[in-house]
Ligand binder design. Structure first.
Ligand code: ADP
Length: 249
């Protein structure tokens, strides 16, 4: 991967190493991962449990720091930043969608959606706000608190919160893990639509071959290393590729 590819990608990792612990207890969660995630593309990260998926996503998103190697996000050398600068990057250039939705229970949907922009001191883009509320099907739910919304609605609120700041990358961590299959399919369709229609870059960790089939590309990890990829994935091809890297063993 050349330096030009690293810089042109929405986010990329170069020779990324993450070691937890030390001495005989050391775990090499990432063992030299180099991978670029293209702009306006939907990429899924898959691999057996313990292969380093969460660690890779956390390092890419600036939620965790690597032991060595580089992360470049939107042309910014994330690995060189101070904690304060890193917090700013997370707030302003990254969107998150978590399995557990992570909405603040005492705030209404619209207050949750606006919160990151308010913290960053940025104005809400009215036209984008209206378009997202309509496309995501939550325009009439905005005054409700999370507890008054279904899981699927809560995840669509979280998705709107992530998209409204036009982040460099939306990181989605098992976004359908707490949803029934129909709500899950809706959320995955909306993630894909954000890529097609808004040019959003999405990187999603999942263990589900059906969820991964919504992506443009699947990147496979095994034992903290890149173990292959599947372009234009179907559930069958993803399941086969996962079998080859030892999932389900
Ligand atoms: P995955 O998301 O693919 O299941 P992880 O990235 O969570 O894998 O974990 C990769 C490896 O790093 C595993 O062996 C795991 O036990 C280890 N690991 C993850 N987080 C920590 C931590 N905070 N402390 C020690 N070991 C960890």
């Amino acid at each position: 991967m050349g330096e030009r590819d690293v810089r042109a990608a929405a986010v990329s990792a170069v020779d990324l190493v993450k070691v937890y612990g030390s001495g005989s207890a050391a775990v090499r969660a990432l063992d030299g991962v180099s991978v670029a995630f293209g702009r306006a593309a939907f990429t899924a990260i898959m691999g057996p449990s313990g292969s380093g998926k969460s660690t890779l996503m956390h390092c890419l998103a600036g939620l965790d720091t690597a032991t060595s190697g580089r992360v470049v996000l939107g042309g910014v050398e994330v690995t060189a930043l101070s904690d304060v600068a890193l917090t700013k990057v997370r707030l302003e250039r990254v969107g998150f969608v978590f399995q557990s939705f992570n909405l603040l229970p005492e705030l209404t949907a619209v207050e949750n959606i606006r919160l990151p922009l308010e913290l960053a001191g940025r104005a809400v883009e009215r036209a984008l706000f209206d378009r997202l509320a309509t496309t995501l099907g939550i325009a009439d739910r905005l005054g409700h608190r999370p507890a008054e919304l279904s899981g699927g609605q809560q995840q669509r609120v979280a998705l709107m919160r992530a998209l409204l700041s036009r982040p460099e990358v939306v990181f989605a961590d098992e976004p359908t893990g707490n949803l029934d299959s129909r709500s899950g399919a809706e959320v995955l369709g909306l993630l894909r639509a954000s890529v097609r229609e808004l040019g959003q870059t999405v990187v999603m960790v999942t263990h589900d071959p059906v969820a991964a089939s919504y992506a443009d590309r699947v990147v496979l990890l095994a034992d903290g290393r890149l173990a292959g990829e599947v372009l234009d994935p179907t559930p069958d091809r993803v399941a086969t590729a996962l079998g080859h890297v030892g999932a389900g063993r």
